[in-house]
Design a protein around this ligand. Structure first.
Ligand code: PMP
Ligand code: GLU
Length: 402
């Protein structure tokens, strides 16, 4: 008989990404012929711009299909340097840049590089689903700090000071945020930078949605508002969201050269260079015409306005207008306790189940982001789909016995 070999404890306690899981379930139901309105997907519905695709086709024709430098080709690093200068006003050298297989790999590498067992990482709640898992996979301990919709999901100095201990190695900031769409005030970022300098910890700033924002301002983050903290700020970004390039898998880190050296070393022993063809495509995205970004952003804004206006008019929904990214994160807690024929809606999982079963709307329950009061709807989909989704939601909420 084949012996049963246990897998690692590390993987046994690891949960699969719930955002990817809900999206996969919605797609499977659709493939079975069910009429699903999928508001779960965290990726732009737009096609990758043509000039980007052409750059990739050219790379293949030219035979640019071999291993590259582990941390990315110099031209792409230069394009990242130019973007960091243009948008954040901060100068970087090539030794301060590492290109990886998506923002996700950048984050994973960072935590592998900076955490020892027991080291703490401050994670504001609601958080993007993969942060706690990535910290734990590196032996770290997530230290959650609850934020509230009423205060725009921002952190106060008091909350921060309470959360920092002698084991604090880093804080994760994500602005515009997945799932809330909140943009942190500049003053708050200055407070975090001051504390990081005083107490000695890294600021991991996940800027993946930095160009999808509706206030007309240039992106800003902890390093642009507090350049004196540059050595402590690890800027994570990528082309997935800005250029509708989720499948190409290119992300990058700009920050402290010691950390960049460490993450490049980890990459050299794990995945080697990011895909050579995708690197050429990302180069075209970053250096080519930027009108496509403005156009996609304008479409997201129109959809956000529509979705928020519909949600705010519904009974039982408490929601603020997100300032960026492509998610709305309404509070549904006033619906909790309501009944339907298969049970009581006692939290976000039950509500998401109800919406999927009854209204055929796929959305991600807030519990996946650490806050059970909310549901995440993505508006990175056609306005017609959003209209249908909002009609169905309104009907489903009205049908609940309260
Ligand atoms: N950070 C956040 C907040 C995200 O929503 C995503 C999307 N998956 C990522 C990082 C990583 O994106 P990617 O790996 O596609 O660059
Ligand atoms: N970031 C997207 C989301 O939150 C994609 C899914 C994922 O990478 O987890 O839905």
């Amino acid at each position: 008989m084949t012996p049963k070999i246990p897998l690692s404890q590390r993987v046994s306690s690891l949960k699969p990404s719930p955002t990817l899981a809900v999206d996969a379930k919605a797609k499977a139901m659709k493939a079975q012929g069910l009429d699903i309105v999928n508001l779960s997907a965290g990726e732009p519905d737009f096609d990758t711009p043509d000039h980007v695709k052409e750059a990739a086709a050219e790379a293949i024709k030219e035979g640019f299909t071999k291993y590259t430098a582990v941390g990315g080709i110099p031209e792409l690093k230069q394009a990242v340097i130019a973007k960091m200068k243009r948008d954040y006003g901060v100068e970087y050298a090539e030794t301060e840049i590492c290109v990886s297989t998506g923002g996700k790999q950048v984050l994973y590498n960072i935590f592998q590089a900076i955490l020892d067992p027991g080291d703490e990482v401050i994670i504001p709640v609601p958080y993007w689903v993969s942060y706690p898992a990535m910290v734990e996979l590196a032996g770290g301990v997530p230290k959650f700090v609850q934020t509230e919709q009423e205060t725009g999901f921002a952190l106060s100095v008091e909350m921060l000071e309470q959360a920092v201990t002698s084991r604090t190695k880093a804080i994760i900031l994500n602005s515009p945020s997945n799932p809330t769409g909140a943009v942190y005030p500049e003053e708050m970022l200055r407070d975090v930078a001051r504390l990081a300098l005083e107490r000695g910890f890294f600021i991991v700033t996940d800027d993946i949605y930095d160009e999808i924002r509706f206030d007309g301002k240039l992106p800003y983050n902890a390093v642009s508002v507090a350049p004196e903290a540059k050595e402590l700020v690890l800027c994570v970004n990528g082309v997935s969201k800005t250029y509708a390039m989720t499948g190409w898998r290119i992300g990058y880190l700009a920050g402290n050269s010691e950390v960049v050296k460490a993450v490049t070393k980890i990459q050299s022993q794990s995945t080697s260079n990011p895909n050579s063809i995708a690197q050429k495509a990302a180069l075209a995205a970053l250096t080519g015409p930027q009108e496509c970004v403005k156009e996609m952003c304008a479409a997201f804004r129109e959809r956000r306005d529509y979705m928020v206006q519909r949600l705010q008019a519904m009974n039982g929904v408490n929601c603020i207008a997100p300032q960026g990214a492509f998610y709305v994160f309404p509070d549904f807690s006033s619906v909790f306790g309501a009944k339907w024929d298969q049970g009581t809606i006692d939290g976000s999982l039950a509500l998401a189940d109800y919406l999927l079963e009854k209204a055929k709307i796929a959305a991600v329950p807030g519990i996946a982001f650490g806050d059970d009061r909310f549901i995440r709807f993505s508006y990175a989909t056609d306005i017609k789909v959003i209209e249908e989704g909002m009609d169905r939601l309104q009907e489903a909420l009205a049908a609940l016995a309260r």
